[in-house]
Structures are given as structure tokens and as C-alpha cells.
Design a protein around this ligand. Structure first.
Ligand code: PEP
Length: 252
């Protein structure tokens, strides 16, 4: 597992081929910012084309079906996105948990399907505003980790966790740096209890309204190994602002 900060763009349901120019610009700039590991998760329809445009950055999917194939109209399997050029997938994003009623058990099946296909996986967790206000944020995240993370030998090195408080996604609101650090320390403890020693090197990304203006302080919080970025990854200009902040935060 690399120690470089991992900055991942999630394009969600945005993007037609016209957006490939943004991916190309991100990829070209990433060549000058090798202290940072950069990745993009475009919609399924752009995975292949984005892979062809990009020479350096990793390309991933935003979701996969737990089965490898079969009668699942409209769904896409891990081996299919891998064939299209994806080397990783996001699973368990809060928008999928909410819109598609995805449970922890289903997220875990999806993560295991991705690993079985030879991909790495970013597993998203995070509490709602009500859960935070009720003082349940850590308990909720602990339950999501226990229920959603893939298990098995040598699995940890293929896993990244993204902590994304639901109330911070797309809202312009972020937790304080102290709260981010506290939750990331809590996640680290859980990872060590799930994966043993290997849990110490699983990367934990922060996600939720990361922008060029707040990236440096959020990335400097305890145990933050990078960022999962939605809105601000849609243009090369704003995504590069975050990547540059990550590079500047790295010692030579
Ligand atoms: C996300 O959806 O993963 C996300 C973090 O979105 P945004 O950066 O727009 O809050």
C-alpha cells in the first residue's frame, strides 16, 4: 500500500464524452505531481474512454453488482468494469445506500466481488446528521465497517475506507478538523481490530465538500490518507487545486 496521499474523484451521474478533456487535463497534470496518487471514477459509460485518455491516473467504477454475471437487467459486474479499464471500484456510497436501500451485507458482497475480480475497493461509511446529533456517529460507523468490509487473507492491502459524513456530501458543510481526526482515529482502531496488523496501513480517505480552499487542512487531520471528492472533481481546475494541496502537504 502506497503512502502517497490518494485523491479520488467521483463523477457520480455526471459526464458525457465532452468531459474527457477534463480527464485528460487531470492526467497530464498528475505527471508533475507524483507525490500524490490520483484516481477518477467516472460513470460506467465513460470508463473505457477515460482509460484510453489517461496514461497515469487510475480509473475506477462507482459501484458493481455482487454477481459476476447473469439475469440482472441494468446492472454491471466487477469483471465487466475491469474489462472496460477499471482497476478499482467504490462501494457503499451513501447515495447508493439511500437511493437503492443498500445494506452493509450487500456492500460487503460487492466489495468481495470486486476483490475476486482482481480489483481494489473503496468502501464508504458515514453517519447522517441525525445520528451525529444523537451522539451515535462512532457507533454507526463502527457498525458499517464491521458489516461492509470484506474479510479474508491478504484483503486489507486492497481496501481503502472513505469516511463521508452524509450531511457533508454536496452541502458545502464539513466537520471540524478535530472531528475528522477523532473519527479517523476511531476508524483506524476498528480496522486494526478487523484486520489485525494489516489494518494499520489501510488508507482512510475523508469525503464531503472537499474543495481547493479547505483541502490542506482536512488532509492534514489525523489519520487522513487522502480525499474522495465529488463536485470539485468535475473540472480539472478545481480537482487540481485539491491535488496540489495534497502534494504541498507532503514532505520531500
Ligand atoms: C462524494 O459524493 O463522494 C462527495 C464527497 O461529494 P462532494 O465532494 O460533492 O461533497
Amino acid at each position: 500500500m502506497s503512502n502517497r496521499p490518494y485523491i479520488v474523484g467521483n463523477w457520480k451521474m455526471h459526464g458525457t464524452r465532452a468531459m474527457l478533456a477534463e480527464a485528460r487535463a487531470i492526467d497530464r497534470a498528475a505527471e508533475r505531481l507524483l507525490k500524490v496518487e490520483v484516481a477518477l471514477a467516472p460513470p460506467f459509460t465513460l470508463i473505457h474512454a477515460t482509460r484510453k485518455e489517461a496514461e497515469l491516473i487510475a480509473i475506477g467504477a462507482q459501484d458493481v453488482h455482487p454477481a459476476d454475471g447473469g439475469a440482472h437487467t441494468g446492472d454491471v459486474s466487477a469483471s465487466m468494469v475491469k474489462d472496460a479499464g477499471a482497476s478499482f471500484t467504490i462501494v457503499g456510497h451513501s447515495e447508493r445506500r439511500a437511493d437503492h436501500k443498500e445494506t452493509n451485507a450487500l456492500v460487503k458482497e460487492k466489495a468481495e466481488a470486486a476483490l475476486a475480480a482482481g480489483m481494489s475497493v473503496i468502501v464508504c461509511v458515514g453517519e447522517t446528521e441525525e445520528e451525529r446529533d444523537a451522539g451515535k456517529a462512532e457507533a454507526v460507523v463502527a457498525r458499517q465497517l464491521t458489516g461492509s468490509l470484506p474479510t479474508g487473507d491478504d484483503v486489507a492491502e486492497k481496501v481503502t475506507v472513505a469516511y463521508e459524513p452524509v450531511w457533508a456530501i454536496g452541502t458545502g458543510r464539513t466537520p471540524t478538523v478535530e472531528d475528522v481526526g477523532a473519527m479517523h482515529r476511531h476508524i483506524r482502531e476498528k480496522l486494526e481490530s478487523i484486520y489485525g496488523e494489516a489494518g494499520a496501513s489501510v488508507r482512510i480517505l475523508y469525503g464531503g465538500s472537499v474543495k481547493p480552499e479547505n483541502a490542506a487542512e482536512l488532509l492534514a487531520a489525523d489519520e487522513v490518507g487522502g480525499a474522495l471528492v465529488g463536485g470539485a472533481s468535475l473540472t480539472a481546475e478545481s480537482f487540481l487545486g485539491i491535488i496540489i494541496a495534497a502534494a504541498e502537504g507532503e514532505k520531500d
